[in-house]
Design a protein around this ligand. Sequence first.
Ligand code: ZN
Length: 455
Amino acid sequence: MFAYHVVSRVQKMTSFFQKVLFFLSIFLFINVLGVGSFAYAQTAVADLQEKYEKLAKQYLVKHPSIHDFYTITTKGIYMYASAQDKKKNKAECIIFWSEIDDFKKMILHTDEVTQLKIYLEKKQQKFSWTHKKTIRVAAYQAPKSAKSPAEQPLLGKRIAIDPGHIAGDLELARIEGRIVDITHEGRNYQFCEGDLTLTTAELLAKKLEEEGAEVLITRNKPNHTTSGIPYSQWVQQELPAVVAEAYKNKLISKKQKQTALRNPMRYTVHEDFFLPIDLRERMRKINEFNPDITVVIHFNADAEKKQREAVSYKNYSMTFVAGSFMKNELSNSEERLAFVKLLLLGNLEKSFQLANHIQDQFVQHLGVPAIPTQNPLAYLNKASIFVKKGVYARNLGLCRLINSPIAYGESMYQDNIKEMKALHTNHYPYAPAQRVQEVAEAYFKGIMQYFKEIQ
Ligand SMILES: [Zn+2]
């Protein structure tokens, strides 16, 4: 049955690339079955070469012409699109010995379309940053809790976590304007806030679940909207209707409408048309989950520095709760309903308690000082109400719409020189940076303190 399945599958593969990739995956798979754990580091390259040559000859090469399409060298396995290409040494794809593990993960955890795409993109290079990330995200499996109910102080508690932004790669991070791309002392540091927040959220969720809590994370796939579709798909499928509606309601001009549709992968389109809808979806998910508390995770950036591409030498933490309605912010009935809900639900004090504990941990556990009471930041002085050092009420889109106590954390400046160096190696979810683990721990400690206090 298996053999028949394989044969029919091979026959269906129309392109030669697919066949090559398929055979290659089979022969790697045979290798794994045959030798148990695959340890590239301990095996001499010559042995690898010999072993794969032998396997290829023994199982794969029926007709001598197949030799025109591959070669196994001291560097790895070279695949060629034709005999001519092989003569010119123009490999279509090289799988280097050091990449065998990642290649194996790619075969086992991604779909065939993705595999072929990466195979053809890779060419004679090693896996790119984006390739590695795609593979590791697909291969990640979260470990499970081993604690018994008696050891779980958060049993019965429901906690919503909202990781800010959506980008998981640099391209989308640039569009949403939440990217660190700084060259410092000849070295380039690139990462995106959406990647840090999602990693923090997952790590925090795991800690809370181990204590018995039921956790909702509002979004769980990089580059996907909170409603669960890729951003590029949202732009194609949803944006036209959103723009048409805005035009119909006279919120934008005809020219604005045309510009948005002609060139949609831009910051302004993201900001004006996507964000309000995405925030509403986060709100809807959280309120539907009906949590005991909600925590919103962000990483701040230095708003005082002159250039976006410059490194910052400042580093402060701050935490927000709902409130601080400004002039004209009660001009429609929806806003007024939000206002009265905040007033009546009894969450303002609890939000402050939660924010207070989280803010304390930013200072104690992370060593990031609270923003000084005297500071030049307009968003604090003009738009926020001071509650306590580091804690402010602010009328943020998400905070005012949530029906539970809510704290919105900005644990640090991600563009601070020290933090930047500690954060840039973070890759959701495969390789969380040590510093991001500390951030998750700070939120965790703050949340534990809060539940202790309100008992
Ligand atoms: Zn943010």
